[in-house]
Design a binder for this molecule. Structure first.
Ligand code: SF4
Length: 220
């Protein structure tokens, strides 16, 4: 089983070049000196239910105007909403961006904390966001699990889980640590292009020989 998991990851790693990966994954690959935990946190909050191209474009535009908690807080809410409008749920996201910035200033000297406990104590920061920040900004061994990272290992037959939280626990048990950092970037891209939620493209899947296609009723 473990060998098949390693083989699957290795094939997918080659197939999905990191340059094509999501905005957040590209931010992770920046040099340490250029990495900015605040920008990664804000881009992650903007990315929820948004297309990757939109997250990329809007987060760049926002950071030209406001790239610190203080600057976000100073932006009038209407202006902030206008900037982030196309990421969707802009009323809610603008409020979250403001409150997260406020908490960072008040409780963490304007710095993004680097522990799970502290990150999760910030209102608006959940399990996936905190794992993304810990992994992408601080190089810590956490596996961010979104809908693709949950769906695909279940289809592959690695385990049977009901939600992202259970999946994260299982992945931590079966996935060799050397793949933890790359896992999210690879599987998000795989889930958007080939192993899509409805009718996956099994005929052109590079790992079909290792897949049990659990609960895949229709495929192309
Ligand atoms: S064979 Fe089909 S279900 Fe299995 S991983 Fe590939 S695309 Fe997904």
């Amino acid at each position: 089983m473990k060998t098949n998991i390693e083989k699957t990851i290795k094939i997918l790693e080659k197939h999905f070049n990191y340059k094509e990966r999501t905005t957040l994954n590209r931010m992770r690959k920046q040099k340490k000196s250029n990495k900015n935990a605040f920008k990664i946190l804000i881009a992650c909050l903007l990315s929820l239910r948004a297309k990757d191209e939109t997250t990329d474009k809007i987060s760049r535009r926002l950071f030209e105007i406001a790239d610190t908690p203080q600057k976000i807080l100073k932006l009038p809410i209407k202006k902030l909403e206008k900037i982030i409008f196309s990421t969707g749920h802009y009323h809610k996201k603008a409020r979250v961006l403001k409150s997260v910035s406020k908490e960072l200033i008040k409780r963490f000297h304007s710095k993004v904390p680097s522990t799970k406990e502290k990150l999760m104590s910030i209102k608006g920061v959940g399990q996936k966001t905190s794992n993304i920040v810990l992994n992408f900004a601080f190089d810590k061994e956490f596996i961010p699990v979104d809908t693709h990272c949950h769906r695909i290992p279940n289809r592959l037959g690695w385990f049977k889980t009901k939600n992202a939280e259970q999946t994260e626990k299982q992945l931590m048990k079966i996935l060799p640590k050397k793949y933890w950092k790359e896992f999210n970037g690879i599987f998000v891209l795989f889930g958007r292009t080939i192993c899509v939620p409805i009718s996956p493209f099994c005929s052109k899947c590079p790992v079909r020989r290792y897949c049990k296609r659990v609960d895949v009723k229709k495929n192309r």
